[in-house]
Ligand binder design. Structure first.
Ligand SMILES: Nc1ncnc2c1ncn2[C@@H]1O[C@H](COP(=O)(O)OP(=O)(O)OP(=O)(O)O)[C@@H](O)[C@H]1O
Ligand SMILES: [Mg+2]
Ligand SMILES: [Zn+2]
Length: 329
């Protein structure tokens, strides 16, 4: 579980910019204190001097080491109390001249002493990934909380034998459980059905929750994803984009079948599906194609992997885009 390089490097840039800005602001605050009380600058410089330098100075004057240490300590205490007194008189806190890290866990380095990504930098990554996902998905309004079951009819579907609502209740529970337990073991989903039934909506809800929990998530449409493969192969495309697609913890490939399906696309899809299965990385595919159409359009190898390794969830009911349009009339 980790954020990918693109997200991490962007997050690190922002993290460091914020840290520099804090340092800058602190230096300005410090300067303004020194302007009001120049003596404080002297005191700070004296206190900030290294032990060894002060010791050397004392010894050069020919004092015996015990004496030197004692004098040093006394001087230190005197300076500390003078500093406190000056600061108090200015109405400032005792530690106003000390720069404290914002994150005590990592001292604002972004990594804990054992070398792991600290939660403070992790939060920047989560935000950066959320921003990336929001370019394609409506993460603001599409969540499990805002998903309504009221658009799905209670009348049993003659072919499926259950109502769209019963069906969607089951899919909703499955998807919210999927997001909650993401990371325990790899699981793949294939959501298929007619347009306007909430497939992209559910994907956005999953993406949002899984991303918030610290996993790398990439969302794109089939045509977007296959263009990345083409750019990498034939153009000056960015290698890291294909790596992100193949290596992220959760890949959501939307609208499979709406791209122009070429032999190149079929082989890219095969590579994507099989490499991710082998590496035990989770994938969600949405499509308007029925499972048997997938075999015809792509290949039997792809269809076999999807049928064998993906949880296949059929969505059916009435087009919610149209229902909403009628509501607004
Ligand atoms: N359960 C729901 N509650 C509220 N709004 C919904 C729900 N499902 C879908 N919508 C809305 O209906 C519209 C279509 O939904 P969505 O984009 O998820 O459909 P889709 O199944 O992905 O369709 P397509 O196959 O055309 O991509 C969107 O505006 C979405 O916000
Ligand atoms: Mg969709
Ligand atoms: Zn930290």
């Amino acid at each position: 579980m980790s954020y990918d390089e693109k997200i991490l490097s962007r997050a690190t840039e922002l993290y460091e910019a914020d840290r520099r800005e804090r340092q800058q602001r602190f230096a300005e605050r410090q300067e303004s204190i020194y302007r009001r009380a120049p003596r404080l600058r002297e005191i700070q410089q004296r206190l900030g001097g290294t032990m060894s330098r002060i010791m050397a100075e004392a010894l050069r004057k020919g004092a015996d080491p015990q004496e030197a240490i004692k004098r040093l300590r006394d001087e230190n205490l005197a300076l500390q109390s003078e500093k406190r007194m000056l600061l108090t008189r200015m109405g400032m806190a005792h530690d106003a001249l000390e720069e404290k890290p914002l994150c005590a866990l990592c001292g604002d380095s972004g990594y804990t002493p054992d070398g792991r990504l600290c939660q403070c930098l992790r939060a920047y990554c989560a935000r950066e990934q959320q921003r990336e996902l929001s370019r394609m998905l409506d993460l603001g309004s599409q969540s499990f909380d805002s998903f309504s079951l009221d658009y799905y009819s209670d009348d049993p579907d003659p072919v499926m034998r259950i109502s769209p609502r019963q069906n969607m209740e089951r899919i909703f529970d499955y998807c919210s459980g999927y997001a909650r337990s993401f990371g325990k073991k790899p699981r793949n989903l294939l959501l298929y059905g007619e347009p306007g039934l909430g497939k992209t909506f559910l994907s956005a809800a999953i993406a949002r929750e899984v991303s918030e929990r610290g996993f790398s998530v990439v969302y794109d449409t089939a045509s977007g994803i296959f263009s990345r493969f083409e750019e990498q192969k034939f153009g000056d495309g960015d290698e890291t984009e294909v790596t992100r697609i193949l290596k992220c913890d959760l890949l959501i490939l939307d609208d499979l079948g709406t791209e122009l399906t070429t032999a190149f696309v079929t082989s890219a899809l095969y590579r994507l599906v099989s490499e991710r299965l082998m590496a035990k990385r989770s994938t969600i595919i949405n499509t308007n194609l029925k499972p048997r159409e997938i075999a015809g359009r792509y290949s039997a190898q792809i269809a076999s992997r999807l049928e064998g390794e993906y949880e296949i969830l059929p969505v059916f009911g009435s087009d919610i885009r149209l229902l909403k349009k009628m509501e607004n009339r």
